[in-house]
Design a protein around this ligand. Structure first.
Ligand SMILES: *Cc1c(COP(=O)(O)O)cnc(C)c1O
Length: 355
């Protein structure tokens, strides 16, 4: 529960919509919105409504429960597809679209009739029919009878590495699978795949991370707008003498008389403990080094160069400034921007602007 004294997470829905339009222009064909894990931690309902208002007609979530909640938020009309799949009737009339990942899924949906998405695995080896299973399906004229394939889809394993031959190999395997199956629209690229060029274009790309400002072209400038700002209040500012330490295990010791600002966020809020000693906050455009261990509910910063900082001031933990973008925090924590965003905790108050 967010409350007074909690951090404030501001989500720029105008930037999400601008990113979606930009992705659609680069793709040169329609783009869905991938809203799994509560819209990568930013709020699937708000993001879904903003994208729906902008004309997005297709959404993907991972879990059935996410699909039911999203349908409630955006209303009837757009496709809401469930990547992890579900069996006929389980969506309780929410009008969700199942992704069929196994021959058993195909059999169940063919028996029920209607429409579903067929997921073909082309090398990531997580979900979807194998090449042999596609072959068996293609050889059985009755297997798909009564079933409309809304899309045939596959998922890239290394789309963020444009030089990787695996991308082209997956494209070739996908083309081969589609040749064997009944004609249907197809869905291919994720965010990074959109930037791989014409061979990765499809009837519906499935961008997720890039909508939320994560760089889909690592190593090259980020073409996306930043979406997230996280600010948290200073709870206390204290003066310590040279030689005193800060935080659990006393991992940081003051080399000079210092000011320490204690801020209301911690690893329980998704500010990863592995960032200890490796990050900064920003206040009035200037960095404050993170010192000591990240603890559950508190962060400590060296505010010696910020004599004006007071209890109640807010510092920026994530924002559109050098060193504190989600991708920057990810690099310092040894992870990816996706994990920084999906870890953002429920104690932050979420504010939506630009919708
Ligand atoms: C998560 C996911 C996406 C979106 O991927 P991004 O890299 O976030 O753009 C697309 N398709 C599938 C199957 C996914 O699981």
């Amino acid at each position: 529960m967010a409350g007074s004294g909690a951090g404030v997470l501001t989500v720029d829905l105008g930037a999400v919509v601008a990113n979606w339009r930009n992705l659609r222009a680069v793709h040169g064909a329609p783009c869905a919105g991938v809203l799994k894990a509560d819209g990568y931690g930013l709020g699937a309902a708000a993001v879904g409504r903003a994208l729906g208002d902008a004309g997005c007609r297709d959404f993907f979530v991972a879990h059935l429960s996410e699909g039911v909640a999203l349908r409630g938020a955006i209303g009837a009309g757009p496709m809401v597809a469930v990547l992890n799949g579900f069996r006929p009737g389980e969506d309780d009339g929410a009008g969700l679209t199942a992704v069929m990942n196994t021959p058993g899924d195909v059999a169940a949906w063919a028996a029920a009739g209607g429409e579903a998405i067929l997921h073909v695995d082309t090398g990531i080896n997580r979900l979807g029919l194998t090449a042999a299973e596609v072959e068996a399906l293609a050889g059985d004229a009755s297997a798909l009878r009564g079933l409309r394939l809304r899309f045939v889809m596959t998922h890239l394993a290394r789309a963020d590495e444009p030089g990787e031959p695996m991308n082209g190999a997956q494209a070739a395997r996908f083309a081969e699978a589609r040749r064997r199956l009944p004609g249907a629209p197809f869905s291919f690229a994720n965010s990074s795949g959109i930037f791989l060029g014409l061979g990765f274009r499809s009837d519906l790309a499935r961008p997720g991370c890039a909508l939320y400002g994560i760089n889909p072209t690592p190593g090259a400038p980020n073409p996306m707008r930043q979406v997230v700002t996280l600010e948290a209040p200073v709870l206390q500012v204290r003066e310590i003498a040279a030689g005193e330490s800060v935080g659990y295990s006393a991992t940081w010791t003051a080399a000079r008389p210092s000011r320490v600002a204690t801020v209301a966020a911690g690893y329980a809020d998704g500010y990863l403990r592995s960032l200890s000693g490796r990050s900064v906050a920003v206040q009035r455009g200037r960095p404050l080094p993170l010192i000591g261990r990240v603890s559950m509910d508190l962060l400590t910063f060296d505010a010696t160069e910020h004599p004006e900082l007071r209890q109640g001031d807010r510092v920026t933990l994530i924002g559109d400034a050098e060193g504190i973008r989600p991708d920057d925090l990810a690099a310092r924590a040894g992870t990816v921007g996706y994990e920084i965003l999906t870890s953002l905790g429920p104690r932050y108050e979420r504010r939506y602007v630009g919708g």
